[in-house]
Design a protein around this ligand. Structure first.
Ligand code: ADP
Ligand code: MG
Length: 699
């Protein structure tokens, strides 16, 4: 595709700024813009005109249906399609789309998880247009991004609290900016660039593995003779089939206005990454959902399967989603940019220490925001950040903070005594991106990169937490500084005490080193290894009150989310356990028995010919496999019993714990035996594709 053509297709399926300007009467356009900018409600008359223009535009582009697209707590998007047709009274149809249908929808929501919210409040929920995210056309359908709430206004989705958290951050950051004399900014935006990792494998292989189909990950699989040891895949040449997939993916994403930018191979064989150019948090989250959806559907067209699970293959690098996050004014100033003048430096330092304090005080919430059964396999494992939240600032910036805290000289280029607000910060390397890949939360020059999120998860949760905890600290800072009679003195004091009280969260060393786990414990940092261990932090009163204070969640909403997360966890393990049992019964046992029969027959046949013919190989093998088969049976029975017994547990936290400690543990025991059998049983009998076959399936 030529670059001319790219600019032609970019955003061609989006009802964006340019289309609105072209198709809406000026006063309607202005009213809509005001709604988008200030969040003011949209008048029905305006909505009617917008809906009509949207419908005409969509029909010209071949759309026949529309859908309210929303993000329920399942973590994936949902949609209910309606066609534009309406009877014209003469036995024919006209194409119709009203302002009401644009602004509000009523999906049959009873089957979406609500964590008890709907039973206590309202039976039905509704979807409401989010005009800050553009409508678009996909598969001949006009997609309208919407929020999903109960009739009493409780959020049943991920978008609603995300939008609220953006507001909270904007409000508090503006209070701080006013103190620094910034008067022109009307809003502070949170920006996000999510890097998405994924695996691409051959679809025929995928279809032969019920575990990949039902669980998204392999439940069995012996280590391949060659996987990532050679590190020859990382940034290696992209294979033809993969590059055809990537080309089509880019093109489809561009049409939808997604700024897909970089595509490269990742560490593990068959693993890749896509990073878009960053955008506003809400848009970035919508776009990341589209990225994940399109990856799956376009892969299928190329007879490939896209795996978004955090750990599809044990022992092979897992997939994450790095959240690059920053705050900037609507006038274009990045608040995490150090700047050049003493005043800009002081402002930067205040925002920087606010993030440090927020991450330290709410480590547990950040951990909760990435907690899932899938991500538990990845956190703390090969190549991934540990389950401990810590922050990387780089040696230079850490030294600068130390000098500030202690009023000592900074030993950069020449010794400098730094006075906040009076001297210019000494230069420090801006792009520290590649300097510490082991840190879960790294400052990379003018943004932070949070690396704990799993590849399958929505970006909404960690952004909600980040925005809200930073808003909380900024509000505390603003409370102090707004009352101050000597701004510079109090600012200095505030920055210094914040560094002193929260520097324990800063760690520039190797996060994968086991010594760090010990040191983190001495520093009093959390190490919440699993989802059931992490989730109770969500309902810790300190955290609940903080969310309520910033109007991001109500108490009910938090408790409902807590229930949903626990339930998701237990359900996931349960599905995995049942899939495992089924695969052992239908695929593993027949393979093992078939091979044993072959060996036994051979021994008998040989002996029938002559007792002289040696049979020690067959006999040894048969003995070994028979012993393992006995063990297989015991462990299979044990797993089965555990899945039955835990069902009696009523309390949702106790249930999730039991799934972890009993069912998941039994699964691991069973897997060990199956993986050993895989190395012994002939491939004629072993029907499920091996790791080596799957990971090298795309040539
Ligand atoms: P790396 O792999 O080195 O971390 P990438 O280029 O893959 O870097 O991804 C960096 C991501 O960070 C991109 O999505 C980029 O758009 C995003 N990004 C850059 N600047 C900002 C910023 N100020 N705020 C948020 N995200 C940003
Ligand atoms: Mg990165």
């Amino acid at each position: 595709m030529t670059s001319n053509k790219i600019s032609d297709i970019f955003g061609s399926m989006v009802f964006n700024e340019a289309v609105m300007k072209e198709r809406l009467p000026k006063h309607i356009y202005n009213a809509l813009k005001k709604t988008i900018a200030d969040g003011t409600p949209l008048e029905l008359e305006v909505a009617n005109v917008v809906a009509c223009a949207m419908k005409d535009w969509a029909i010209e582009k071949g759309a026949t249906h529309f859908t309210h697209w929303f993000q329920p707590m399942t973590g994936v998007t949902a949609e209910k399609h309606d066609s534009f047709i309406a009877p014209d009274g003469n036995g024919r149809v006209i194409m119709e789309f009203s302002g009401n249908s644009l602004v509000k929808g009523e999906p049959d929501a009873s089957s979406f998880p609500s964590g008890g919210l709907r039973t206590t409040f309202e039976a039905r929920g509704y979807t409401a247009w989010d005009p800050t995210s553009y409508a678009f056309i996909k598969d001949n359908t006009l997609y309208i991004p919407t929020a999903f709430c109960s009739y009493s206004g409780e959020a049943l989705d991920k978008k609603t609290p995300l939008l609220r958290s953006m507001q909270a951050l904007s409000h508090q950051a503006l209070r701080i900016l006013r103190l620094f004399g910034v008067t022109d900014a009307k809003r502070v935006l949170s920006s996000v660039g999510p890097e998405q990792e994924y695996f691409l494998i051959d679809k025929d292989m995928f279809l032969k593995r019920p575990d990949l189909i039902y669980c998204g990950r392999t439940l069995f699989g012996a280590r391949p003779p060659k996987s990532q040891e050679m590190e020859d895949h990382y940034f290696g040449a992209i294979k033809q089939r993969v590059s055809a997939f990537m080309r089509e993916l880019d093109e489809e994403l561009w049409k939808l206005g997604v700024l897909a930018k970089t595509e490269h191979n990742e560490v593990a064989p068959s693993q890749h990454e896509l990073a878009p150019i960053y955008s506003e948090a809400n848009i970035a989250t919508d776009h990341n959902q589209l990225v994940m959806e399109l990856m799956k559907s376009i892969a299928a067209k190329h007879n490939l399967a896209c795996l978004l699970h955090e750990k599809p293959f044990a022992g092979v690098n897992g997939s994450g989603k790095h959240i690059n996050w920053s705050m900037s004014t609507d006038t274009g100033i990045n608040l995490l940019e150090p700047g050049d003048t003493p005043c800009e430096n002081a402002q930067f330092l205040l925002f920087l220490v606010a993030v440090i304090k927020a991450v330290d005080e709410y480590q547990d919430l950040l951990r909760v925001s990435v907690a899932s059964a899938g991500n538990d396999h990845r956190l703390g494992a090969n190549e991934a950040p540990p389950a401990i939240v810590s922050m990387f600032l780089g040696d230079e910036l850490t030294e600068i903070l130390k000098a500030l805290e202690n009023d000592t000289l900074y030993n950069g280029k020449g010794k400098t005594l730094m006075e906040i607000g009076a001297t210019v910060l000494p230069p420090f390397p801006k792009d520290t991106t590649d300097r510490n890949r082991t840190s879960p939360f790294a400052f990379t020059g003018n943004k932070f990169e949070f690396r704990m999120l799993g590849s399958a998860l929505s970006t909404a949760e960690p952004i909600i937490v980040l925005n809200t905890i930073v808003a909380e600290v900024l509000s505390q800072f603003a409370d102090v500084l707004e009352k101050s009679t000597d701004f510079n003195k109090d600012l200095n004091k505030l920055i210094k005490t914040t560094i002193k009280n929260h520097k324990r969260i800063i760690f520039n060393g190797n996060g994968y080193d086991s010594a760090w786990v010990k040191e983190a414990e001495l520093r009093g940092l959390h190490n919440l290894r699993t989802t059931p261990e992490a989730l109770p932090a969500l309902i810790n009163p300190k955290n609940v009150e903080m969310f309520i204070r910033h109007k991001v969640f109500t108490k009910n909403e938090i408790y409902s989310r807590y229930e949903i997360l626990l339930e998701n966890y237990s359900k996931t393990i349960n599905i995995e356990a049942l899939t495992m049992i089924d695969m052992v019964n239908k695929l593993i046992i027949p393979a093992v028995l078939g091979y044993q029969k072959e060996l036994a027959d051979l021994i008998i046949q040989k002996k029938a010919i002559s007792a002289e013919i040696p049979t020690s190989l067959e006999e040894e093998l048969l003995k070994k496999i028979s012993r393992l088969s006995e063990c297989l049976k015991t462990r299979l029975d044990h797993l089965y019993e555990q899945t039955i017994e835990v069902r009696e547990i009523k309390d949702s936290l106790a249930l999730a714990r039991a799934y972890r400690e009993r069912v998941f543990a039994a699964m691991n025991e069973l897997r060990l035996i199956v993986d050993e059998l895989e190395t012994l049983v002939s491939s004629e009998h072993w029907k499920i594709p091996t790791y080596a076959e799957i990971l090298n399936s795309v040539m």
